[in-house]
Design a protein around this ligand. Sequence first.
Ligand code: GYE
Length: 358
Amino acid sequence: MKKVLALILSLTMICSLTACGGASMEGENPAPEAETEAPAEDTDAQEPAEDAEPASGDATEWVWPSKEELHVGYAQADLASTWRTVESEDMQRVADERGYKITIVNAEGDTEQQISDVESLLAQGCNVIVITAVDGDAIQPALDKCKEKGVPVIMKARGSNGVPGVDYVTFFSSDFVAEGRYAGEWIAKACADKETIKVAEIQGILGGTDVRDRSGGFHEVADKEGNFDFVVEQTANFSRTEAQEVAANVLQSTGGEIDAFYCHNDEMALGVSLACQSAGLKVNEDVYIVGVDGMYETFDAIKDGTISATITCTPKFAEQVFDGIEAGMAGETLETFYAIEDVPVDATNVEENYDLGF
Ligand code: GYE
């Protein structure tokens, strides 16, 4: 059922974008058919993570530039991880390949900086703004500035808590709620013989819709299962070293009595793995570690048995974003959310999915 829904959604996305701009959603499309067995049957993996209400009567009249005039301003949240660096490089590459002008700025994780970044992009004449928001609420003044001018805003990878169609045009992203569900279901299945599952949730940079929804999806499963005992829910800011420290403390304070670590990204899962190994725990025997992202390094760790599982979340979907921009310029009405498909990966399917890595 889930696969059918996912397929329908992918097809809708492909049709709505190709019908107008002539842009292809194929080729570099990182959305493969999920070949893995879905962890549960009743999840709608591609359900929009955002509150994707159709635009109301207040819908903003976006002023799209012509292809010749297009100057994309990309407000990146930070460049603190491989994920973000690859994401920015991908945006630059696709802009170059398609012959569009792009200016990329980096807020270094500072939401005030990001607001002034957007203002400066507008001042430089950018006529389509793409934003990976440091904070889904605090970005609103920047969205208002764009709205005043009718400059179309596309949210990418970390969304806005505003209203699609009003505060921004659309959101391109993995479905973070689904990622959280996958993680929860993987852990529930792996620990099926346990009465209580002692879980440590290591969260990413707070304020982002990725963190909110990865947590939300996971807790949805935890509530349904009823036997998840959250020993800790703490941020390690998507950082490997911070996660290693947090995990070392948790292992010390609990005497190693943790069944599973759910980490909001692979960097942190890799740090947690080091902490577990130093504490003498064997991954997949004493403790399970699940991440999100699908880095090559994680795939290698899955093969070595030092990480249990991950859910892919590719940073490479600039092709789709530019397809969306081209569709907008061609006068199409965009959907409010485009989901990039993810695949849960563990030792059973790591080889066949290895190429999805980054
Ligand atoms: O998973 C993480 C990165 O927003 C989806 O941010 C992105 C997340 C990604 O730093 O590794």
